[in-house]
Design a protein around this ligand. Structure first.
Ligand code: Q9C
Ligand code: ZN
Length: 342
């Protein structure tokens, strides 16, 4: 299958972030994409560069104020006294606060849910390239490819219409899903990154034409903490078109595959014309920030079962932070997916 990749991600080099009050190197590093690319190429998948789809696909999903903030944040931040190399919010609107700041420091906290999505000089360029990669994979599948893999970096599933965070800026898979929806009646998004896809859920919350199904570590004691609970089923017209399947910490292959069966049954019942998958390898047993215990063969079996659905499928890369294991996990997943087709 075609792998959509562009080196534009290299310009996004997030520095340290705070974890429990301590500065640590960021996990979402450029080498992730290099490892994934090497594995896809070694497995014989043709690597193609995305076209430029312009502003329309991202504008169909994201708020204009948020897009303007992302595009200009770094340069505005540089005009602060003693500027630092990354936009890092430190004050967020908590409950009971609804004011709208005009300055960059306040807006950074307004438009970012967490401090873990610093904006550096090349972030905007990388983020729009990742969105083009997902859109390109969607275009390939709309044009008749059975499946395509968008090797996106930075990832996207924590980004809402008007809110970034959790290493994410533009919601690549939501942009691709909305792009496909213009030509197809119904699409489903399945998310097996270890973190709940809170941004994707938020974007499609009121939509019955886009099913969102997520498997993830239980947010009761895990990021993103404030979304991903089983009682979140969608609102308004979208009620019943959102399914969360939180998993207890330590969940391994067998129980995860059981839950995947429930997720795939929901997808089959929805009968979409296409499937988009948020592919994360941070449910891996040795991921530095994961809480689940999925093995490399486990990712193969996840791929095989998703492939067996037989739907036109767009695979979109999200998280996965064990650098040494990323290549093997992607090879296992893509091998399983392709085998499941056959
Ligand atoms: N102690 C994705 O996988 N929390 N984002 C980091 C770790 C944020 C992960 C703190 C995790 C966001 C796309
Ligand atoms: Zn994740």
């Amino acid at each position: 299958m075609k792998t959509v990749y562009t080196p534009a991600h290299e310009r996004h080099r997030p520095p340290t972030i705070l974890t429990r009050g301590v500065e640590v190197p960021h996990w979402e590093v450029a080498e992730r994409a290099e490892r994934l690319l090497a594995a896809a190429a070694a497995a014989g998948h043709e690597v193609v560069e995305p076209a430029d789809y312009g502003r329309a696909p991202r504008a169909a999903v994201h708020d204009p104020g948020y897009l303007a903030f992302l595009e200009n944040a770094w340069i505005r931040w540089q005009k602060l006294p003693d500027p630092t190399p990354a936009v890092q919010p430190y004050a967020h609107p908590g409950r009971h606060m609804h004011g709208q700041p005009s300055g960059i420091e306040g807006q950074a906290g307004y438009y970012m849910a967490t401090g873990s999505a610093p904006i550096v000089e090349g972030t905007w360029e990388a983020a729009i390239a990742a969105a083009h990669a997902a859109t390109h994979a969607a275009r390939l599948v709309l044009d008749g490819e059975d499946a395509a893999y968008a090797l996106c970096r930075p990832p996207g599933h924590h980004a809402f219409s008007d809110l970034g965070g959790g290493f994410c800026y533009l919601n690549n898979i939501a942009i691709a899903a909305e792009y496909m929806r213009r030509e197809r009646g119904r699409v489903a998004v399945l998310d097996f990154d270890v973190h709940h896809g809170n941004g994707t859920q938020g974007i499609f919350w009121r939509r019955r034409d886009v099913l969102f199904v997520s498997l993830h570590g239980d947010p009761a004691d895990y990021f993103p903490f404030f979304a991903g609970y089983a009682n979140e089923i969608g609102g308004g017209d979208g009620r019943g078109y959102n399914l969360n399947l939180p998993q207890p910490p330590g969940t391994g292959d067998a129980a995860f595959l059981d839950a995947l069966g429930t997720a795939l049954e929901a997808v089959r019942h929805f009968a979409p014309e296409a499937l988009l998958v948020s592919v994360g390898f941070d449910a891996f047993e040795a991921d530095p920030i994961g809480v689940l215990k999925i093995t490399t063969p486990g990712f193969g079996e996840i791929g095989r079962r998703i492939g067996r659905l037989g739907l036109p499928t767009v695979l979109v890369q999200e998280g996965g932070y064990n650098i040494e294991a990323l290549g093997a996990n992607l090879s296992a997943f893509l091998g399983g997916f392709t085998g499941g087709r056959g």
